[in-house]
Design a protein around this ligand. Structure first.
Ligand SMILES: Nc1ncnc2c1ncn2[C@@H]1O[C@H](COP(=O)(O)OP(=O)(O)OP(=O)(O)O)[C@@H](O)[C@H]1O
Length: 229
């Protein structure tokens, strides 16, 4: 589905990704973990076309996409949910979803229904201003917006960052709902979340992939593996 091969990325003269290779197979939920500054956000921005790799290739459904630009890559079916949890605050939940429907060309009713399936509480929250939602609900709204165009792959940057543990459970539940319906590449520092959902984990350190874990037993023990971070 997505194959990243020996990708280097620099900001000016500062190289921050070195020979990064990874894959996401159809329906897989793949996690990237690593300390702050390891290059995780840079990786997602490179895949979705906000940054261009200096070297290496990124293939999506067997076609090269590196350097295509963010709009073209989104149209091909890769959606990116940034770390900042920024919704259109002065618009309602419904209006936020309507804008995503409009941008993707999907019927509004379908997008609203998908969002309620993802997070049933939205049904009663459609007229609320998105700025008044909790951090967790904003994150779920952003993911619902990203799913509006029925992408094949979602790239999600730190969905639980800064959230209280009770809200993290909501995100966990929502991601569990998503699992299998779309392929996911998710940056996440909460190892308990990773251990519950991951099909595959990549560990990044200082711009390099230093470990790939696919063994389910090892993944389910991942929360105890703080040494990787
Ligand atoms: N726009 C930029 N210009 C120059 N350097 C940058 C820029 N963005 C990030 N960096 C540097 O690139 C490196 C990787 O940053 P990146 O944000 O990708 O890491 P990260 O693993 O996502 O960390 P975090 O969890 O803090 O977001 C860091 O050293 C960071 O300072």
């Amino acid at each position: 589905m997505l194959a990243i091969d020996k990708v280097d990325v620099s900001y000016g003269h500062a190289q921050v990704l070195h020979q990064v290779s990874m894959e996401v197979r159809k329906g897989e939920m793949v996690f990237v973990v690593g300390r702050n500054g390891a290059g995780k956000t840079t990786l997602l921005k490179t895949i979705c076309g906000l940054l261009s790799p200096g070297q290496g290739t990124i293939h999506y459904q067997e076609q090269p996409i590196q350097g295509l630009g963010a709009e073209a890559i989104a149209q091909k079916g890769i959606q990116y949910v940034a770390q900042d949890k920024r919704v259109f605050q002065s618009l309602t939940v419904r209006e936020n979803l309507e804008m995503a429907a409009y941008a993707s060309g999907k019927a509004i009713d379908t997008v609203l229904e998908q969002a309620v399936n993802l997070y049933p509480m939205f049904e009663k929250m459609m007229q609320r201003k998105a700025g008044g939602l909790s951090g967790g609900q904003r994150e779920i709204l952003l993911i619902a917006r990203a799913l509006a165009g029925s992408p094949e792959v979602v790239l999600i940057d730190e969905p639980t960052e800064g959230l209280a543990s009770i809200v993290i459970d909501d995100i966990l539940e929502m991601l569990r709902e998503l699992k299998g319906t779309v392929s996911g590449l998710i940056v996440e520092q909460n190892l308990a979340v990773v251990s519950r959902l991951a099909d595959r984990v990549y560990v990044m350190k200082e711009g390099y992939i230093v470990n790939e874990i696919t063994d389910p037993a090892e993944i389910s023990n991942f929360a105890a593996m703080g040494q990787y971070l």
